[in-house]
Write a protein that binds this ligand. Sequence first.
Ligand code: BES
Ligand code: ZN
Ligand code: ZN
Length: 489
Amino acid sequence: MEFLLIKDNVADLESDSIVFFCYEKQRLPAAARRIDERLGGFLSDKIKLSDFKGSFGKTILVDTPGDFSTKTVLLLGLGKKEDFGSLEAFRAANIVVGRVGNHSSTISVDFSNVDRKFLKVFLEGMACGAYEYGKFKSSGRKKNRLKKVCVTSRKISANYFDKEAVEASAISRGVSFTRDLVNDPPNILTPSVLAEHALSISKESEYLNCKILDREEIREMGMGGLSAVSFGSSEPPRFIHLSYSPPRKSSKKIAIVGKGITFDSGGLCLKPADSMRTMKMDMSGAAVVLGTIKALGKLTPDVNVHGIIPATENMTGASAYKPDDVVTALNGKTIEIINTDAEGRVALSDALSYAVRLGVSEIVDLATLTGACIVALGLHNAGVMGNNVNLVNSILNSARDVGEKMWELPLDSELREGIRSRIADVKNIGGRWGGAISAALFLENFVSEVPWVHIDIAGPSYVEKPSDWYQYGATGFGVRTVVNYIMKR
Ligand code: BES
Ligand code: ZN
Ligand code: ZN
């Protein structure tokens, strides 16, 4: 998608649609009033006839009369001005694409009444809104035609616009890439194919490098957790290490770790059919790591970033790992398997230990780890837990900046008792309550003293009930937060 800043009057532009915003209890922007006058009040008539009051997400879409160069004008309510933030900016952009993207390839957006600090998130929202996953439709037809977004605002300089537009493009390409990986069906996107994707990303930029371990190497290295989870599958596992090193030398070194279960059947503790559906999305954390590093290759921030992914299926084959098994993770800790469906944490134990070995100064992990996190927070918020208050707060702030919803859950030490094992160092599940927290407490065993934050993205990674601002399928949730976080380091 192409983004342009236009200095001309919005009404003089050659575009298929013009978009205006209106806050609750505020007048239409001046440019909209001018067009309305010029076209004999066609817009104000429509507003009078409808109950449009500018509340958030309400739209009026009108065909322009006569031979006016633009086909349609869209008016979008932004709600109360004081409530308008990044979340609303991102959603507004998605709504715009939803309303005009099917009939417009070029649109002009009057941004004069929106704070320029929301420009980047808005552009990200435009690109994300235009995303389509059409690979497996034999018709090959796409619903969305939007290619070019022209923004007008006197308050935005060319320099500011270009910087934001370039970043928004890199970030939204990362998000689309993440969504493609998650949407890909599990017979196509196997662990080895995921690794191939990591390898091809590494070839996009001289600052990226990729190392992949196969089944033998994973075992030899001592990754007993990832190995165990992979035993039930005939698809070989992969351990993926995709790293970014900046053009200018930097001593900062961060690890981002993503759960890469390309399909979670539950293993021998088999999931019921209804819960198994959508479990191709159990590699969303891994996809966020790859989408983020893809974007970093373009954005070139001054920090070393190590993307680490344990990738495997969780299946029920003859050699599958079993309840009562004891396995040894890369850091030497032993894990008693109680439930084979709590596989993500078992695979992540090795990935986190590996990150510690790299000598990073902080670890961020993303995982579709628990249904319990969805029970606690619902589908729209990720759960955030960690061993370092500053790191947790930085992630929460980065999420708020880009309009991704995350909420902190306590790493309550009273739940530690639940994952204590009689025969090994730790059990892979805890008691009945607080499952998202028990899972995080389990992970804590593998991060040593390194500042670490865990983001449980089980809820927001995948949408089954679409809305005006969420399409069906993968969301790419997490990429924008983590990129923003890294850019601020
Ligand atoms: N991949 C699931 C968690 C999940 C559930 C993600 C729903 C997205 C949507 C995870 O591996 C799992 O199965 N967790 C179990 C843990 C339980 C066995 C302690 C769960 O949440 O039920
Ligand atoms: Zn599971
Ligand atoms: Zn899982």
